[in-house]
Design a protein around this ligand. Structure first.
Ligand code: ATP
Length: 352
């Protein structure tokens, strides 16, 4: 497979502060990557470096084998064949939909330009809106126009910077998977920046989770969830809690969790481990003898997300149907149902 993007050990510093720390990403042609992470982790800085708006202090960025950035050299953004879609649509308000999409195609003959614009509008299902003005379109439609405009010149790589964040959350995930289908159908290589894991999972083939400027893990969404490389990834993805546990004399973890057989995992009695508890690992069960006190609760529509207190003072999350409405301070009968046991020894996951 042809390698399209190669970001090789790139660092970006602002004075003494390292915003991106030796980040590496490779994408093959047609692959969709994602930079995911909390605010301030360096996502936008890295994307800007790939676009050519940001100088780098270490490493190298290449697209299709052509070196675009090193600490000593930087190809300008216009010469990179990189398309960009931003959060705020940024359509030209005085141009209609067709003219917006055709904006980067002015070098083409009129007939060729019109036919490419038609094809792109069809691709984003807006062929009936060619003559419409941006203000006549919904947010989702405007973002599809912005996407068609960015794709019009045939970029070698498309960069999407929080493209759906001004849309409401339901539309966001839906549009993310629609855009994925469009990019896949056209074989476009793309990188999405987002802090929303649902958007990341709906759209990307591989997700790089950034934390304080460095990439903690690059993986397919399934592995980020089920095989998190470290405690940060485990807690960021899926909103879990890591609790301290001790292996008992029989080689089991059995205190408040019900028995988990650790024998096959070669842990020594007395060994201290950390166990990842995700909200859906703890179920409401009115017949259970385990009763945990409610510390916090948040209404999530179909569910309540509870924070529960373990006898030793640690907190765990629990997702319960919203008809189970236990007040703060009351006891909730629960059962641990650990579908996928994720165990950490110190910072690192123990693969079992
Ligand atoms: N031009 C700059 N000068 C100094 N510091 C900067 C500059 N640009 C970004 N930073 C700092 O670098 C860090 C990373 O910023 P960046 O915008 O890349 O984060 P982000 O992950 O995209 O965050 P967000 O999701 O909030 O946009 C932040 O601490 C930010 O304050």
């Amino acid at each position: 497979m042809t390698q399209q993007l190669d970001v090789n050990r790139v660092s970006v510093r602002f004075g003494d502060f390292t915003a991106v720390d030796s980040a590496s990403i490779t994408l093959n042609k047609g692959e969709i990557g994602c930079l995911l992470g909390p605010s301030g982790c360096g996502k936008t800085t890295l994307l800007r470096a790939i676009a050519g708006f940001q100088t780098i202090n270490e490493g190298q960025i290449s697209v299709r084998g052509r070196v675009l950035s090193t600490p000593d050299m930087q190809v300008s953004p216009e010469q990179r064949r990189v398309g960009m879609v931003f959060q705020d649509f940024a359509l030209f308000p005085h141009l209609n939909v067709s003219a917006n999409v055709g904006f980067g195609l002015r070098h083409l003959q009129r007939r060729e330009r019109e036919s490419r614009v038609r094809r792109l509008l069809k691709m984003v299902s807006l062929d009936d809106y060619a003559g419409a003005w941006p203000h006549e379109l919904s947010g989702g439609q405007q973002q599809r126009v912005a996407l068609a405009r960015a794709l019009a010149p045939g970029p070698e790589i498309l960069l999407l910077d929080e493209p759906f964040s001004s849309l409401d959350s339901e539309l966001r995930t839906q549009l993310a998977s629609e855009v994925r289908d469009l990019l896949k159908a056209d074989g476009v290589t793309a990188i999405l920046v987002t802090h929303d894991q649902h958007e990341a999972f709906a759209m990307a083939d591989q997700v790089s989770l950034l934390h304080d400027g460095h990439i903690d893990q690059t993986d397919v969404p399934y592995n980020l969830y089920h095989r998190p490389a470290n405690a940060f990834v485990a807690q960021f993805i899926g909103g879990g809690s890591l609790i301290d546990v001790t292996v008992n004399a029989d080689g089991e973890l059995n205190d408040r969790l019900g028995v988990l057989d650790m024998k096959s995992r070669s842990f020594a009695p007395g060994q201290q481990l950390r166990l990842l508890i995700r909200p859906d690992d703890i179920e409401y069960d009115e017949s259970s003898a385990i009763q945990l006190r409610v510390v916090e609760r948040a209404f999530r529509g179909a569910n309540f997300l509870y924070e529960l207190l373990l006898p030793d003072g640690q907190h765990v999350p629990c997702l319960a149907p919203s008809h189970i409405a236990a007040d703060k301070g009351s006891l909730l009968p629960v059962r641990f149902n650990l579908q996928h046991v994720v165990i950490f020894n110190g910072e690192h996951q123990v693969f079992t």
